[in-house]
Unconditional design. Structure first.
Length: 290
């Protein structure tokens, strides 16, 4: 641990990578002390290189767009930007709100004083990290959190993942109430892709599937030839091909995080695991104890 005048830094280790450094800061309001602040952070960057993440209240903004109301901007903004550029730090996106502080007045002044910054090597370990503003209760600051493994289920749908889902589906599956099979979507992809992307964008925005898309027909399939009784048939619901595509896209997103949400002791029904894993491990333990 390294304790400075404006920061506290901790070194820790993760499996499969070298030591990582995490620093928390509280920037001074004094212009004179800010010079010492940037020098201290630059020294910590040299000590912690290459895996470093720093976060906290810097008490200074970086861009004019990160301030609402109040007096004109100060030269400290340029010093902050120079520090980020010289250390080649990444400023990840901020979600939920553009500001992290307010003076709580009738005509409020709002600024983004709090943030996380990290090195390119940190980005390689935790790709697609983002900052999120949390609800504020009593403080004049909104708390922020750095999500190093953000859940992507609620992110906008892309043309690439829609196309991938369509071409992974069985083209000869039974058609739904509209009579279209998956083969139609695959063969006419170049023609209909813009309409499909637009439909997925509306679904993402409204969080509602159109009733006609969600429609299904129940039909009876014979279990054997010369079926005569009700028990000789089994019911099946025919859903639209568009609904199948939506389900395929969502299941593809879930597949990427299921291994993190399901405990490692469950061996079945998870990609990369087998139902016999637990049995084999138990057998090895028994043999070892004999």
């Amino acid at each position: 641990m390294v304790i400075g005048s404006f920061s506290v830094s901790v070194k820790f280790v993760l499996d499969g990578c070298g030591p990582l450094w995490l620093s928390t800061v509280y920037g001074p309001n004094s212009t004179v002390l800010r010079k010492d602040f940037w020098v201290e952070l630059s020294d910590i960057f040299g000590l912690s290189f290459p895996f470093w993440c720093v976060g906290g209240d810097f008490n200074v903004i970086r861009r004019s767009s990160k301030k609402l109301g109040g007096s004109s901007l100060t030269p400290s903004m340029k010093d902050f930007d120079d520090f980020i550029r010289e250390c080649e730090l990444i400023d990840p996106p901020l979600r939920s709100s553009p500001f992290t502080w307010s003076n709580m007045q009738e005509s409020p002044v709002c600024k983004r004083l709090d943030r996380f910054l990290y090195s390119n090597e940190w980005e390689q370990l935790f790709p697609q990290s983002l900052q999120e503003v949390l609800p504020r209760w009593t403080s004049d600051h909104w708390p922020i959190v750095l999500e190093t493994n953000p859940f992507q289920l609620d992110s906008p749908f892309t043309e690439e993942e829609i196309s991938k889902a369509i071409f992974q589906l069985d083209r000869d599956k039974a058609s739904g109430p509209n009579g279209f099979t998956i083969a139609v979507f695959q063969d006419c992809w170049d023609v209909i892709k813009e309409d499909l992307v637009r439909m997925f964008a509306e679904f993402h925005k409204n969080r509602i599937i159109n009733q006609s898309t969600n429609a299904s027909f129940i039909v009876l399939l014979p279990k054997k030839s010369m079926s005569k009784k009700i028990s000789d048939y089994r019911p099946i619901s025919l859903i639209t091909s568009l609904y199948k595509i939506i389900v395929k896209v969502l299941s593809g997103r879930l597949r990427g995080v299921l291994h993190e949400t399901i405990h490692s002791t469950q061996g079945a029904f998870v990609q990369g695991r087998q139902i016999l894993n637990a049995v084999l491990i138990a057998n090895e333990i028994v043999d070892e104890k004999r």
